[in-house]
Design a protein around this ligand. Sequence first.
Ligand SMILES: [Fe+2]
Length: 232
Amino acid sequence: MTTVYPLESTKAHPRYDFEGYRSTGKRSPKRPLVVLPHTHSELTGPVYGHDTVRPEDADLTRQHAGEPLGERIIVHGHVLDEDARPIPNTLIEIWQANAAGRYRHHVDQHPAPLDPNFTGAGRLVTDDKGYYRFVSVKPGAYPWRNHPNAWRPAHIHLSLLGRSFLQRLVTQMYFPGDPLFPFDPIFNSVEDESARARMVSSFDLENTIPEWALCYRFDIVLRGRNATPMEP
Ligand SMILES: [Fe+2]
């Protein structure tokens, strides 16, 4: 049986090879893709579930003895299908730089401080309404040497897993009004302007907690004309 997905989905996603985003030239396929049939174990193998995901995994400010430096934020929203139906039980994993724009990773050696109270990774499973909510600190911009004076706009990476490891989607969430948007080849590798806008969260004053944290809303649409752009 062949499943036909809406064509609009594919328009939202960036091309494998995007001029200006240098590393795509090295990793993008140069020949037509070969479709490999999925094996039974790939389709039915276990993924993480409620057993291994703890409630505190969704709060990146409470993973160490002290609190991380930076602007405390709440990021929340729904995971939805093309008809705006909620997708429950989706494992969402996030990773991000700290408030100074540095990842806790050996490859990241740019001279911004690490924060002993911030790892920068979190996860949760969407509830029966497809809803998710993370607490973190706003990540800083960071340089990435793609071109002279290249800086990434502040962003959070998100991975979404469905019922198997093969059903994995990866995207990035940005913050509204970032002055670096016009200069970022990764952001602009999504060529459709309205699709780019769907990677930008909206400021959510209503759910901002007074005296404690700003809030941003980011709904993730898995396919269809309102699909959130996903990385190839
Ligand atoms: Fe990043």
